[in-house]
Design a protein around this ligand. Structure first.
Ligand SMILES: [Zn+2]
Length: 166
């Protein structure tokens, strides 16, 4: 399914080294043992860029979740076992924004301590959120960016949406 909202790129175009969609082993559909829910990441997009690149809001919205302070990196292609990295640390440091039409965006693997918004912050398109990094399950510094939607009430199942970029 395609997003209803239109999103701008979450990084200045000139700072993007490569845009990758299908190469990442993380961009899959899988059952989360931790949350007992189906997670679909098949439409996620990786923006390869230097660590420390400003990450921008891609559409107006409200910050609904933040994780900061994680420093671990797991750079194997296969999914990290829970013993190596708990599932909740796979995205590294991240910001989730809720937009109109029940669509959400996640910006993952950010540099620890770089996030400049707070939960509840209202953001406008192109507002700075933080800096790119390599935390969590990440082979090289990049921004994992995904537009997604929860698919069930009272459950955490979600599906990623094909992103309509401006
Ligand atoms: Zn990714």
């Amino acid at each position: 399914m395609q997003s209803r909202n239109t999103y701008s790129y979450p990084i200045e175009k000139k700072l993007i080294k490569k845009i990758a969609t299908t190469e990442s082993p993380a961009h899959r559909r899988y059952f989360s043992e931790q949350h007992k829910a189906w997670y679909d990441l098949t439409n996620a997009v990786d923006f390869l860029c230097d660590a420390g690149t400003p990450i921008l809001a891609a559409c107006d919205g409200e910050v609904v979740a933040i994780v900061d302070g994680l420093t671990k990196n797991h750079n194997k292609r296969e999914p990290p076992s829970r013993a190596v990295m708990p599932e909740e640390e796979q995205d590294g440091n991240y910001v989730v924004i809720k937009h109109s039409n029940e669509e959400l965006t996640i910006h993952s693997h950010l540099q620890p301590g770089s996030i400049v918004v707070k939960k509840g912050s209202k953001v406008k398109t192109r507002d700075k959120l933080g800096l790119s990094g390599n935390t969590g399950w990440s082979l090289v510094p990049h921004l994992h960016f995904m537009v997604f939607k929860f698919t069930k009430k009272q459950a955490r199942d979600f599906e990623s949406l094909e992103i309509k970029f401006s």
